[in-house]
Design a protein around this ligand. Structure first.
Ligand SMILES: *[C@@H]1O[C@H](CO)[C@@H](O)[C@H](O)[C@H]1NC(C)=O
Ligand SMILES: *[C@@H]1O[C@H](CO)[C@@H](O)[C@H](O)[C@H]1NC(C)=O
Ligand SMILES: *[C@@H]1O[C@H](CO)[C@@H](O)[C@H](O)[C@H]1NC(C)=O
Ligand SMILES: *[C@@H]1O[C@H](CO)[C@@H](O)[C@H](O)[C@H]1NC(C)=O
Ligand SMILES: *[C@@H]1O[C@H](CO)[C@@H](O)[C@H](O)[C@H]1NC(C)=O
Length: 666
């Protein structure tokens, strides 16, 4: 099957690329289809390595530490993101009457005797809260009085600036006779748009009327309108930025965040489903607590909303602390993975393991498919790919038996599903032989340009590859994960983006064995950054698309459906291209990455009977070190213009550029 080199024609003009035009002959006959899932997204729920990507990011909840999950009552840390207003007395307690088994903690609030004015408490959001006039914010909380009192009075539920200016307000009634948990829901429609995101969510009572009262609060929440109006849904501006990329798959839930620092703190699918009161949250892998409000069902619905296929990972017996579960202890985790898959695709009769909170009958067994139906989703979801663990190239030897036992069992139960190995082909020999490997690479821009031919020499033997994480992260080959002072990038630069594009032309050329690829990390809250660079940055107010974002988008929305062989670029050069066709529109799409600062003239020969006299070019270009940043978010954006064409197409790729030429020809 290694026909590429035969079809290839050696590049011309190698030594004098900058002055002599490079001539590229294009074949009218496709060599392979462009895989349907070639371009997509890798998502790691956060806060995690990938800095506040779920909570405080894609997941639209505006309150941080909303349910005091996984905190130690009585500590200052337990009050993270909460503050007193006008001497309101607040502390996190372990509730004697918890709201639910999953949420044992509550906020104890008391109004000191002799108070006056509005006394209460506030949440600072995820590094701020964006407040827009006329927008409906859905606020909710649970409350109860620990002991009955005769109090009955108003509580104000408000959005305020940090300086205390009220932006929007709602009034609810609290009753001292309410000693069991009661949920209050209300809507705040601000009358003023805040000039910054330095705002607070505040609940307060009249200090005189409520003097001496003590009230417990649990699971407080504030949602702006969400993407497609989904309850418990996604933040609209981030969702739209992701949607614009036209992704065809979504890899979740990680990444390192799947693994857990310990076996006990691994990502457990069953802790992320059902009412929010059933979700305990978990300590994520990088010292932050995940609410798991963005849970398995939300991921699956999100995939459907963006017409993406899930590439879902199951926990596979290895944690980030380095513990491998012994071979004879794996059974419960294989059951857990089976149940997770059955929740996604099973019917109502698939029985499962033991899940105390989720049993639907008295028989001590959970029916994962029935649980999904009970949560309102009758139809199974599409699920073709399941990844076994994450980055098991770090755990070489134990992966031999873990792979064997997981895939042995899962493929017997789910023969239609394809399983992806997360070790490397250079690692231990796995049985059964993996059909798919997930390859990760974080390197320099130069490495990416020099490895545009990475897959060309791979054996064509049925094994295919998922480039599950990649990014040019540093200009220093000796210190890839160092600091900005050592070359680590803070934001993608035009040089790093052009390097990635060069590599991506190679992924298209090798689309017969590379079936998917995703840049990583996807999302970063600029106030919670733990890793740089990221594809999309944001703060509580706005979204910032990087130059690499535009590269991903240009490749994805111009992906075509078949690959047309062409004169190969010089493997050791600096200029790379690939050609695809979109058969439904007869469009020939040429992608060009120029990875140095000198412009490069090219001549393409289009061997078609009819070629339109004009086409379009979309160009992303800028100086090597230029980046889109929060202060200059649109420094590097694709510019489209028309170009004159014909059977011969002349084009000069600017220095440090990614160009997409589209010409109709048949
Ligand atoms: C604050 O509340 C705690 C109980 O949660 C109580 O022990 C303490 O005395 C209160 N402080 C004031 C100043 O009211
Ligand atoms: C989820 O499953 C684990 C066992 O895998 C169990 O210990 C835990 O209680 C379950 N969580 C819920 C919320 O039922
Ligand atoms: C299935 O899992 C069990 C328990 O871990 C293991 O003993 C068995 O070998 C596995 N089956 C296959 C076909 O790998
Ligand atoms: C295909 O080739 C790779 C690399 O040589 C090897 O690791 C893999 O096991 C092979 N796949 C099959 C199905 O033989
Ligand atoms: C590229 O450079 C390497 C050495 O760096 C050399 O072995 C190889 O033959 C070169 N390939 C081409 C196509 O020039």
């Amino acid at each position: 099957m290694a026909l590429k080199k035969l079809i290839a024609i050696t590049a011309l003009g190698f030594l004098s690329q900058s002055c002599l035009a490079v001539t590229v002959d294009i074949s009218a006959r496709a060599s392979h289809p462009i895989p349907k899932l070639l371009w997509g997204q890798m998502f790691e729920a956060g806060p995690a390595l990938y800095s506040q990507s779920g909570d405080g990011g894609l997941y639209a909840e505006l309150l941080q530490n909303r349910a005091f999950q996984q905190v130690t009552p009585g500590t200052t840390a337990a009050l993270s993101a909460w503050q007193a207003v006008n001497n309101g007395n607040i502390t996190v307690i372990q509730e004697s009457t918890p709201l639910s088994a999953a949420l044992p903690n509550a906020l104890s609030f008391s109004v000191p005797a002799g108070s006056s004015g509005q006394v209460g408490f506030a949440n600072t959001g995820f590094y701020g809260i964006k407040v827009t006039a006329g927008t409906s914010y859905k606020a909710s909380f649970y409350y109860r009085f620990p002991t009955t009192t005769s109090f009955r009075g108003n509580a104000l539920v408000q959005l305020q600036t940090n300086a205390g200016t009220v932006l929007g307000s709602a009034t609810v009634v609290l009753s001292g006779s309410q000693t069991s948990w009661q949920q209050i829901t209300t809507t705040i429609v601000p009358t003023v748009t805040a000039s910054s995101t330095a705002n607070l969510f505040v609940i307060s009572l009249d200090g005189e009327a409520a003097s001496g009262q003590s009230i417990n609060f649990a699971l407080l929440s504030l949602f702006p309108p969400t993407f497609k109006d989904r309850p418990n849904g996604m933040r609209i501006d981030i969702a739209e930025a992701l949607q614009e990329m036209g992704p065809s798959f979504f890899r979740f839930p990680g990444g390192n965040n799947l693994e857990g620092q310990t076996v006990a703190t691994r990502w457990k699918w069953n802790d992320t489903i059902g009412p929010l009161t059933d979700r305990p949250g978990r300590m994520g892998d990088w010292g932050y607590i995940n609410t798991d409000g963005l849970g398995l069902l939300e991921y699956l619905e999100w995939c459907e909303d963006l017409e993406m296929e899930p590439i879902m990972a199951v926990w596979a017996g290895y944690d980030l602390g380095g513990t491998s579960v012994a071979a004879n202890q794996l059974q419960p985790y294989i059951q857990e993975a089976t149940d997770q898959i059955n929740f996604v695709i099973g019917d109502s009769s698939t029985t499962g393991g033991r899940y105390p909170t989720h049993n639907l009958c008295s028989c001590e067994q959970m029916f994962p498919g029935r649980k999904r139906v009970a949560l309102g989703r009758t139809e199974p979801f599409v699920l073709n790919y399941v990844e076994i663990g994450n980055e098991d190239f770090f755990a070489d030897v134990s992966y031999i038996y873990r792979w064997q036992e997981f895939v042995g069992n899962l493929s017997a139960t789910f023969p239609q599903i394809r399983f992806i190995a997360t070790s490397y082909t250079s690692g231990p020999v796995l049985t059964p032989a993996p059909q798919h490997y997930d390859v990760h690479v974080y390197e320099t821009p130069t490495w990416f340009a020099q490895n545009s031919f990475y897959y060309d020499d791979f054996e064509r033997n049925g094994t295919t590859y998922f480039e599950g994480e990649y990014a040019a992260v540093s200009t220093n080959p000796n210190d890839i994960f160092g600091t900005p002072a050592d070359g680590r990038l803070t934001y993608p630069t035009m040089q790093s983006s052009a390097g990635e594009a060069a590599f991506m032309t190679g992924l298209e050329r090798n689309g017969d064995i590379v079936f998917s690829a995703a840049y990583a990390p996807l999302l970063n809250h600029i106030s919670g950054t733990q890793w740089t660079p990221n594809l999309i940055s944001f703060d509580s107010g706005a979204v910032y698309r990087s130059s690499s974002y535009y590269v991903q988008k240009l490749f994805s929305v111009n992906r075509g459906d078949e690959y047309l062989p062409s004169t190969l670029p010089n493997q050791n050069g600096t200029l790379f291209w690939s050609v695809v066709r979109e058969t439904s529109t007869n469009s020939i799409i040429i992608k060009i990455a120029n990875t140095i600062g000198t412009s490069a003239p090219l001549t393409f020969n289009l061997p078609f009977n009819t070629v339109a006299s004009s086409g379009t070019v979309q160009v992303l270009t800028g100086a090597a070190t230029r980046s889109n940043t929060p202060t200059a978010p649109n420094d590097i954006v694709p510019i489209a213009r028309s170009i004159t064409t014909g059977k011969r197409l002349d084009y000069t790729a600017p220095g440090y550029s990614v160009s997409v030429l589209t010409v109709v020809a048949s």
